[in-house]
Design a protein around this ligand. Structure first.
Ligand SMILES: Cc1cc2nc3c(=O)[nH]c(=O)nc-3n(C[C@H](O)[C@H](O)[C@H](O)COP(=O)(O)OP(=O)(O)OC[C@H]3O[C@@H](n4cnc5c(N)ncnc54)[C@H](O)[C@@H]3O)c2cc1C
Length: 432
């Protein structure tokens, strides 16, 4: 027997992460529409101590994190609660390359306008020269002269990354991440339960409820009718899935299964010991994009300096394949992020050779302890899982919209955060 509905809404948004906050904001601008935004994690805003750009609050036991079991035993971390992964991520907020959006169903001018407005709301700016940490300064000195990529000097002030050096643009204010909740839920009415919203609130139709995992999508006769949650049933003629690439896929498996794809950016780390203390105001301040779709990531320090409980293992430079990505799968048994194929590994290892050369170059001679360079044997992942329900999939269920990292339709040559949020805005604007 189905439990009686505890609430109704015109639209339920499942997941208050990067995409869900954008969607809730866009949909609740219409004051006559009731929007219920539900998240499995805490319904509170993060503490200031959790949003410093110089830390990643993802250690085991961290309060705003969910770990998904992965069949190859890898640590798959996602943010949970208001702001979702935007609360715990690296604060790197780059667009993809302009031509990465050729597969998106909107004209590039529309996409560009969405990015421009998003970047303003998220307080995005490039790190300035005098903000660069020790390793980032040496990295740019090397790649600024090396003609390895055929286009070494950084494209000053361009919002579109290109092949070559790209100074990281970051969503930040006073050394802290500006989270999706900071930017888009400023006027939200936060409630513990499904209470009626305050009619005097700036967004009278928007209610936000935390600690409320959705465990089932309700569909009847090819139409979505609501969701079932830990607190009871919610009836709604429209449901927006924004539970993240893994969370949204889990809810869709009963309808689109038995398995759904998932992609990741495989990354190999090269590590070295430093001859002197390094300063690192943020995890990632500069990256090199190569013509063969690698992103060479200049991490500012040892990961142990950013994440509590991680053993010290040397300052890291990452070589990530930003091409098609790995092809893993999600089933009711769990997540498998897949592994890079032989061609991807060959390119990654070509990038590793470039990094070795850099670490032995004169620009880094006073920084790198001689003989300390080591390459990780295992290839890791970038916490970028995407494309489990690419745009279009699931469209045959009336009233259902998927607009988070699950919906990304193809590879991006930069990290996904900015693109996920822009896509959420573009899709939400089309929901009538
Ligand atoms: C540690 C880490 C570092 C990263 N660093 C960067 C970076 O620096 N730059 C970059 O570009 N990208 C980065 N990423 C990736 C980027 O943050 C994500 O791609 C993006 O935030 C995904 O947004 P989303 O809305 O799809 O999901 P999320 O922001 O993860 O939001 C999903 C939300 O749904 C909720 N949820 C899940 N299941 C349910 C359910 N059943 N019911 C209710 N709620 C549910 C979750 O609690 C969560 O709040 C990083 C990711 C991580 C985890």
């Amino acid at each position: 027997m189905v439990a009686p509905a505890l609430a109704t809404a015109d639209v339920v948004v499942v997941g208050a992460g990067s995409a869900g906050c954008v969607a809730a904001d866009r949909l609740s601008r219409d004051r006559s529409r009731t929007v219920l935004l539900l998240d499995a994690g805490p319904g509170t805003r993060p503490e200031d101590s959790q949003t410093s750009l110089a830390r990643l609050p993802i250690e085991p036991g961290a309060p705003r994190v969910r770990r998904y079991p992965e069949s190859r035993g890898r640590d798959v971390v996602r943010g949970a609660g208001l702001g979702g992964s935007s609360v715990v991520n690296g604060g790197y907020f780059l667009r993809g390359h302009r031509d990465d959006y050729a597969t998106w169903p909107w004209p590039i001018d529309r996409i560009e306008a969405e990015f421009a407005s998003l970047e303003q709301v998220m307080s995005v700016s490039a790190f300035a020269d005098d903000e660069l940490g020790t390793v980032a300064t040496a990295f740019e000195a090397y790649w600024g002269r090396a003609a390895v990529t055929g286009r070494s000097p950084r494209a000053e002030d361009s919002a579109w990354p290109t092949v070559g050096l790209n100074r990281v643009r970051s969503n930040r204010r006073d050394g802290r991440r500006v989270t999706a909740a900071d930017a888009f839920l400023t006027e939200a009415f936060l409630t513990e339960t499904f209470l009626a919203a305050d009619p005097a609130a700036p967004r009278p139709g928007l209610r936000v409820v935390g600690d409320c995992p959705v465990d089932e999508l309700l569909v009847a006769g090819g139409r979505v009718t609501g969701v079932h949650t830990a607190l009871g049933r919610v009836d709604a003629p429209a449901v927006v899935l924004a539970a993240g690439a893994l969370g949204s896929a889990a809810l869709l498996l009963p309808f689109l299964g038995p398995d759904l794809p998932v992609h990741e950016h495989a990354e190999r780390l090269v590590r070295f010991a430093a001859r002197r203390p390094v300063e690192a105001p943020a995890l990632l301040q500069t990256v090199l994009h190569t013509a063969d779709a690698l992103e060479i990531r200049c991490y500012g320090d040892d990961f142990a300096a950013f994440i509590n409980g991680v053993p010290a293992s040397g300052i890291a430079v990452g070589v990530a394949d930003m091409g098609a990505g790995t092809r893993g799968s999600i089933t009711s048994a769990g997540v498998d992020l897949g592994v890079p194929d032989a061609e991807s590994l060959r390119r990654i290892d070509g990038g590793v050779d470039l990094v070795r050369e850099m670490l032995h170059a004169p620009e880094l001679a006073d920084l790198v302890v001689s003989g300390s360079v080591r390459v990780d044997e295992n290839v890791g992942m970038s916490s970028h899982a995407w494309g489990t329900v690419p745009l279009g999939l699931g469209r045959d269920i009336d009233g259902l919209h998927v607009l988070d990292g699950a919906a990304l339709p193809g590879p991006l040559r930069s990290g996904p955060h900015a693109s996920v949020m822009a896509m959420a805005g573009l899709i939400a604007a089309e929901i009538s």
